[in-house]
Write a protein that binds this ligand. Structure first.
Ligand SMILES: Cc1cc2nc3c(=O)[nH]c(=O)nc-3n(C[C@H](O)[C@H](O)[C@H](O)COP(=O)(O)OP(=O)(O)OC[C@H]3O[C@@H](n4cnc5c(N)ncnc54)[C@H](O)[C@@H]3O)c2cc1C
Length: 445
């Protein structure tokens, strides 16, 4: 009987009973793991299990689909170095025509400074990035910003610029991974999947369509990863923060089609880029709190993260988010009513999205002070590792706000761990469970 690539309500005859590796979660982390396993071990039999009817049904739906090379922590910089290599040579890594479907726009990332203090911070950032070999990152003074990006106006007095950065079609990326993972079967609409663990080792998974025996299982369910882990009485140290974005069908005339991704300055670091021919896409990582959750989780107005995903997540959208983000931008850029970001046409055709940023929790991200105390911090590092104490169980989770751009490397790292092969760079071990701190791993937009 020929094997179908996609399985939807499979009959007992269609459903595989064994696999070399089962992957649970069909977002960027899971599909890139399948792609990388096939590259490192051609013909390896993989069953990728996705709980919904489509691949990429998690946070990537709300994402800005952007990538950049400027990361000050060495492990993150190395992750993006390989990922950019894949994005920029997509046909070589992901098969013929992948480049066309990914539609990579390498327009750069511009971090704008609106005050002298922030300009100095960006200059120091650039020094650090040069120290770790990222010599292509530029600091632009006010004249250079005006010369290259005159449309930004005269409020931007300096900028950090990453010319390697850009964006792509994340849905096409997810499908390119799966297409090139030739020996992978994908079970869609899988319902609840339980881990089977016997005597401290994984033996497979139970699905509503039958049990699949496998010596290795990778959990890649994003915000839903702990649903799988809990089925075996295990947990991952994760915090979830809802984050929003919106696209508009219109953008003001001076905001050009070849603009880079622009990151406005703190305390309102809105980010924006052109989208499609006439529109734009915006994101903003403001401290989040939602009263609906207090009733459900007993949280308080000082809580900005939860552990168990709230569904339907759409209910947590803040309806004021698009107009507030545009108002902040108009103020920062000095646009008067009716001008630029303050033009009411922005509000006419908004598609407002929400997804989770998944972070390491503070038991897995802290540094030790000189007097021996553990000081928690918000880490940018995913957990890409073998689960301690359970042979054959692996995870690739907590990809925060960069799980699309990091996915080629994340897939490669977890595949190397599953197959017992060396990591592409020693610093990639910093994505381990047991590495609570690395230098320059703070929230860095
Ligand atoms: C507003 C916003 C903007 C962002 N912008 C960017 C950006 O510009 N660039 C970037 O690189 N990243 C960005 N991100 C982050 C990026 O989207 C995530 O880091 C990335 O999607 C994480 O990938 P993942 O595969 O771990 O999880 P997800 O994308 O959430 O995918 C998880 C998949 O697993 C499935 N699943 C969940 N639980 C189970 C289960 N129990 N069983 C089976 N399947 C399950 C889900 O349905 C989903 O398909 C953004 C995120 C948000 C919210």
């Amino acid at each position: 009987m020929t094997r179908s690539k996609f399985l939807l309500n499979p009959s007992p005859d269609e459903m595989p009973r064994t696999a070399d590796v089962v992957i649970i979660g069909g977002g960027p982390a899971g599909t890139s793991a399948a792609w990388a396993l096939e590259r490192l071990s051609p013909g390896i039999q993989i069953l990728l299990i996705e709980k919904t009817e489509r691949l990429g049904a998690g946070s990537s739906l709300a994402s800005l689909e952007a990538f950049r090379s400027c990361w000050p922590a060495v492990c993150l910089a190395k992750q993006m170095e390989f990922s950019l290599e894949v994005f920029l040579h997509a046909d070589d890594y992901l098969g013929a025509d992948a480049a066309q479907s990914l539609d990579v726009r390498q327009r750069g990332y511009l971090f704008g400074a609106f005050s002298q203090q922030h300009a100095t911070t960006l200059q120091n950032d650039v020094k650090r990035l040069h120290q770790i070999g990222l010599s292509h990152i530029e600091y632009l003074d006010a004249d250079e910003v005006r010369y290259r990006f005159g449309w930004l106006g005269d409020r931007v007095i300096g900028a950090k610029f990453d010319p390697m950065a850009g964006w792509l079609d994340s849905n096409a990326l997810i499908h390119a991974y799966v297409r090139s993972a030739r020996s992978t079967q994908v079970l869609l609409n899988a319902g609840v999947v339980d881990l089977c663990i016997d005597g401290g080792r994984v033996s497979g998974v139970n699905t509503p369509f039958g049990t699949v025996s496998a010596p290795s299982v990778i959990v890649t369910g994003g915000a839903g990863a702990n649903d799988t882990m809990l089925s075996a009485g295990l947990t991952l140290p994760l915090l979830l923060r809802p984050r929003q974005s919106f696209t508009t069908g219109w953008r003001h005339e001076s905001f050009p089609d070849d603009a880079p991704m622009v990151i406005a300055a703190p305390p309102f670091p809105t980010h924006l880029r052109p989208e499609a021919r006439t529109g734009a896409i915006f994101g903003w990582e403001y401290t989040w709190h939602n009263k609906k959750l207090d009733a459900v989780y007993g949280t308080s107005d000082t809580t900005d993260a939860i552990r168990t995903p709230f569904y339907p997540l759409q209910q947590l959208k803040d309806p004021r988010f698009p107009s507030l983000a545009l108002l902040r931008l108009a103020r920062q850029f000095g646009h008067r009513d009716g001008e630029g970001f303050a033009d009411p046409r922005y509000l006419r055709s908004i598609s407002h999205n929400i997804g989770y940023y998944v972070h390491r929790d503070y038991s897995a991200a802290y540094f030790t002070t000189t007097d021996g105390r553990q000081q928690p911090y918000d880490s940018e590092r995913a957990i890409i590792d073998a689960y301690p104490g359970i042979d054959g169980l692996f995870v690739s989770v907590a990809h925060v706000g960069h799980g699309i751009m990091s996915s080629p490397s994340a897939g490669d790292t977890i595949a190397s761990k599953v197959l017992g092969k060396p990591l592409r760079h020693p610093s990639l071990a910093d994505f381990g469970f047991d590495v609570p701190y690395v230098d320059y791993d703070m929230a860095v937009i």
